[in-house]
Design a protein around this ligand. Structure first.
Ligand code: ADE
Length: 240
């Protein structure tokens, strides 16, 4: 998968080259290119923003520089353009799963009060464009949101995680939060690992894990339980 990021703060994206993502890049599984938006400015001040029409606080990113940058970065290769914004559609695990099969994702990071809306409208007339939010809070720009989204997508790519089952068994993959996990020693500061996990009874372990996932989801995210499809819970789940 190829990933391009256009930003006025390329340094913000440096963590993409660390740890799991760094190894995926080194292994050639993803090709990440970060571009500085200011390279496409034409004035001495390299201005990328201007005052909003209609008044109000803050500045809006100018369409001309974005148009020139995106034309160059996009080229003729098919791609999906993603614009992080707190005013976007929520990014979820389902979004990550949908994007993981794309050959190319291009992220346009806005700062200030956002990018002139005509940029989104223009590219949406010729390619898939999505305005997405990573949560109901406001960041100062889209860069951190890109780090979040790229990591969520990259770990779903074949060969990126050591054990592919990790991605399949995560929180959200079955619509529930994952339950608690334990490792050695059996007793730590007087707290014991639940006996069932040490029993070797795989059926009982699976049932226990399912119950803990249901319990945790009911407590922390009742909205997720309510959103499960009709057939997602069996009779035994309902008894729980
Ligand atoms: N830019 C600023 N806040 C954001 C958010 N919550 N999600 C995505 N992009 C953003």
């Amino acid at each position: 998968m190829r990933i391009d990021v256009v930003t006025i703060f390329p340094g913000y994206l440096a963590p993409l080259r660390e740890a799991l993502l760094g190894r995926a890049i080194a292994a050639g599984l993803i090709d990440v290119r970060v571009h500085n938006l200011r390279d496409w400015t034409r004035d001495v001040h390299q201005a990328v923003d201007d005052a909003p029409y209609g008044g109000g606080p803050g500045m809006v990113m100018r369409p001309q520089v974005w148009g020139e940058a995106l034309d160059d970065v996009l080229g003729d290769e098919p791609a999906r353009l993603i614009v992080p914004t707190p005013a976007g559609v929520p990014f979820t695990q389902a979004t990550a799963r949908r994007w993981k099969d794309e050959p190319r994702l291009v992220f346009a990071c806005g700062r200030y009060e956002g990018i002139d809306q005509r940029v989104v409208d223009e590219y949406a007339s010729r390619m898939p464009v999505e305005e997405v939010s990573i949560g109901d809070y406001v960041l100062v720009g889209g860069e951190v949101a890109v780090l979040v989204m790229v990591e969520a997508v990259a770990r779903l790519l074949p060969g990126v995680l050591g054990n592919p089952q990790s991605a399949e068994q995560d929180s959200f993959s079955d619509g529930l939060l994952e339950g608690p996990a334990y490792t050695r020693p059996v007793v730590w500061r007087g707290r014991e690992v639940p006996a069932v996990l040490r029993s070797g009874d795989h059926g009982a372990i699976a049932r226990w894990r399912r119950d803990r996932a249901l319990e945790r989801t009911a407590k922390r995210r009742p909205d997720l339980l309510a959103a499960l499809p009709e057939d997602a819970l069996d009779q035994r789940d309902r008894e729980f």
